[in-house]
Design a protein around this ligand. Structure first.
Ligand code: NAD
Length: 486
């Protein structure tokens, strides 16, 4: 049991303004595993003030890129050193299967930080260009105080997608973790203290949406970086629009995995399963629409049914488990609601659809495959955020691309095939921000983000860093040779 009685503000554990608490339950058995104070608007004020002051003292923004990179490297080393503890904590907090907690949650968090640590050391924060009237310095300055708002499903990883470029840019951050997952955020605060991150560069105030909105509206915030549902993203984007506040929105998805006729089903199935139901299906990038040609539809449905039906459902703390519980009772009700919707829409369940036997204490639902799904059905159009797959038949690859694109979302997608060139052609036709062939992958050095209702802006790669920089042009007298500063 881990109980915190303070918030992480200004580099220290500080008394919260209110008395309400966030109680964290292990979704696998409902037991209480810890608690933290629930932040209030007054705590957000204090955290923004600390972040602003850290920005103005220059301890971070004016440190050389090499110095910033060195501290980021120390944080990385501590993440690696504590990866077992962090993975166990995330499994207890989120219900993520332990193997996924190691690689998809903590391992990926470390890799993202490592990428930005190296990028910081080599990035050109100032460049000189020769223009018509003389040389010009193009300078990339920190965006300022960033409000980072993250969901519960991959809490440290999503935080790092925002924090690493914040640190790289010389900006500072107020992080609002989701109320379901404050413990991993606070375990990370300890790492920052030990790594010597200057006070106020990162401040953490866990709370719900109302307090999140106070952060979005706060006059002391220069940019909001949000990951979460499309509904919340719309609201946050509107507030940022009114206030002309920079914002990046990483939102939901309903990605399609297109299985071409030359795919070897046995070979692709393990990777396809993990792409489809990773993190118990609670992943924005999950490949939840499975598109198979009419020629092979029955064969694909049978293979998928067998593979999903054989997945080990149970204690996420075991390395053998493929599917753990959903985050909360409310989330299970939502997923079960969609299973009912699918049945009422006329789709056919080929495996799953109920609660697994003998797992009554936690918020489990069986991994479920629907066949005979039409792409216009709600189970094909709406994000379920659980281990529920919809298999849809297509006529030919062009029809598959059409179906994949008939979605309000545009986050991710995949194609499964033997002829990689044919796969790349499919990838070119699908309007999503990320696409993979015979896998689901994220590339740390390349942009990640959504088309359409899946968001605005990009994370990762140099493009992801530039979202945390303001560009400034300094015109110089002709013939000057400036000394650049990093
Ligand atoms: P959510 O939108 O309910 O909440 C996400 C975070 O935003 C939480 O911290 C919440 O407290 C806060 N929040 C909610 N409404 C807010 C508001 N009006 N103002 C300020 N803060 C607000 O989402 P969730 O249920 O926690 O997470 C699941 C969603 O996140 C799914 O839709 C999923 O697809 C999406 N997601 C997207 C990505 C991505 O990179 N595109 C990654 C992970 C999750």
């Amino acid at each position: 049991m881990t109980d915190y009685d303070k918030l992480f503000i200004g580099g220290e554990w500080r008394q919260p303004a209110g008395t309400d608490r966030l109680v964290v339950h292990n979704p696998a058995n409902g037991e209480v595993i810890g608690s933290t104070p629930e932040g209030t608007g007054a705590d957000i004020d204090a955290a923004v003030a600390a972040a602003r002051s850290a920005l103005q003292t220059g301890a971070w923004a004016d440190a050389s890129a090499a110095d910033r990179s060195e501290i980021m490297g120390r944080i990385y080393n501590l993440i690696i050193e504590r990866s077992d503890d962090l993975a166990n904590l995330i499994t207890a907090e989120v219900g993520a299967p332990l193997l996924f907690s190691h690689f998809g949650q903590v391992g990926a968090t470390g890799m993202v930080l490592d990428y930005f640590t190296k990028l910081t050391a080599e990035f050109e924060f100032e460049q000189v260009r020769q223009d018509m009237l003389g040389p010009v310095i193009v300078r990339k300055e920190p965006v300022g105080v960033v409000g980072g708002i993250v969901p519960w499903n991959v809490p440290l990883f999503v935080m790092m997608l925002k924090l690493a470029p914040t640190l790289a840019s010389g900006s500072t951050m107020v992080l609002k973790p989701a109320p379901e997952t404050p413990l991993s955020a606070f375990a990370f605060a300890d790492i920052c203290i030990e790594a010597g991150l200057p006070p106020g560069v990162l401040n953490i105030v866990p709370a719900g949406r109302e307090v999140g909105e106070a952060l979005v509206r706060h006059d002391g915030v220069d940019k909001i970086s949000f990951t979460g549902s499309t509904d919340a993203g719309r609201k946050i984007g509107a507030i940022c629009g009114e206030n002309l506040r920079r914002c990046t929105l990483e939102l939901g998805g309903k990605s399609a995995a297109i299985i071409l006729d030359d795919a070897n089903l046995d070979a692709i199935m393990p990777e396809l399963l993990s792409a489809a139901v990773m993190n118990n299906g609670q992943a924005c990038v999950a490949q939840t629409r499975i598109l198979a040609s009419r020629n092979r539809y029955d064969e694909v449905v049978d293979a998928l049914t067998e593979a999903v039906g054989a997945m080990v459902v149970g204690d996420p703390a075991s390395f053998e488990t493929g599917v753990g519980p959903l985050i909360s009772e409310r989330q299970r009700e939502r997923v079960e609601g969609y299973i009912d919707i699918g049945k009422n829409e006329g789709a056919r369940i080929t495996t799953g659809g109920a609660r697994p036997d003998g797992l009554d204490a936690g918020w489990f639902v069986e991994p479920t495959v629907f066949a005979d799904v039409d792409n216009t059905m709600r189970i094909a159009q709406e994000e379920i955020f659980g281990p529920v797959l919809a298999t849809i038949a297509y006529d030919d690859p062009a029809d598959a691309v059409r179906i994949a694109n008939e979605s309000n979302y545009g986050l991710s997608g995949s194609v499964w095939c033997s002829d990689v060139d044919a796969g790349v052609e499919v990838a070119r036709g699908v309007r999503t921000g990320t696409y993979s062939i015979n896998s689901f992958a994220m590339a740390w050095g390349a942009p990640f983000g959504g088309f359409k209702d899946s968001g605005i802006g990009r994370e990762l790669g140099p493009e992801g860093l530039e979202e945390f920089l303001e560009f400034k042009t300094i015109n110089l007298p002709a013939g000057t040779e400036p000394t650049l500063k990093y």
